[in-house]
Ligand binder design. Structure first.
Ligand code: JFB
Length: 244
């Protein structure tokens, strides 16, 4: 999986990656990260990459030429999607992470300042993506989230692990409570069922805990979750209990 990141702050990504499991994935050549400093493509002597907004107003806008230049310098495999990180984009989610992980790579364009000259959107085949409804100072931390979420779906990046399909957002439910030793900590006990050794019972308890948590914390997820007949019965019992 190849990531190409266009940024004015390559050090943010280099630092984060070197300190994480992603660094190991890169070392093992499962993931490749190409950092492109947009400033290297400034077309003026003083390496200026931003300018005042036409029409006036506060802040600065990123100039289009260095971004086009940086993008055109890349030697990407054909069909690599170009994501423009912006608060205006479609919200990144597990489904998009999976989609991207099945392709050859991703180009991520990170802006700064108040944003990017509109002609980047107009003149380049970009897909606008946001990581959530909150405001960042630039696209770098959004890009890191996406790189992290996509990389961990690449076979081999995580060690021996349960398949990503079993996890929260793939299966569509929140995870059940987890415990490790000691069995009792500051008066708080691990649920007896987990110490019972009865694997059928444990599995059912975990499934019901997942359903209960999702019902209480993220009921919106239940509409899209893959539920079997037992799950639906359990949810019905929760609804009845709530109304009682
Ligand atoms: C991404 C960015 C800015 C306009 C620009 C470039 N979920 C997200 N929140 N914020 C960003 C994002 C994503 N993806 C984001 C790129 C840039 C924010 N800014 C700063 C702030 C407000 N309005 C510049």
């Amino acid at each position: 999986m190849r990531f190409y990141v266009l940024t004015l702050f390559p050090g943010i990504l280099a630092g984060a990656v070197s300190e994480s499991i992603l660094g190991r994935a890169i070392h093992r050549e499962l993931v490749e990260l190409t950092l492109v400093d947009i400033r290297d493509f400034a077309d003026n002597r003083h390496k200026v990459v931003d300018d005042y907004p036409y029409g006036g107003g506060p802040g600065m806008v990123m100039k289009p030429e260095p971004i086009f230049g940086a993008l055109e310098s890349l030697d990407t495999p054909p069909g690599v999607p170009i994501l423009l990180l912006t608060p205006q984009g479609e919200t990144f989610d597990q489904e998009l992470a999976r989609e991207l992980s099945e392709g050859p790579g991703v180009v991520l364009i990170c802006g700064r300042y108040e944003g990017i000259d509109e002609r980047v959107r107009e003149g380049l085949p970009v897909r606008e993506v946001s990581v959530g409804d909150y405001v960042l100072t630039g696209g770098e931390f959004a890009a890191l989230s996406i790189i992290d979420a996509v990389s961990r779906l690449v076979p081999g990046v995580l060690g021996e692990q349960r398949s990503p399909e079993e996890e929260t957002f793939s299966r569509g439910l929140l995870e059940y409570p987890q415990y490790t030793r000691p069995a009792q900590f500051r008066g708080m006990r691990v649920p007896d069922v987990l110490l019972s050794g009865n694997h059928a019972l444990i599995e059912r308890w975990r499934r019901e805990q997942s359903l209960l948590r999702t019902f209480l914390k993220r009921p919106d997820l239940l509409d899209r979750a893959h539920l079997d007949e037992d799950d639906l019965k359990f949810i019905e019992s929760l609804k009845k209990r709530k109304n009682a």
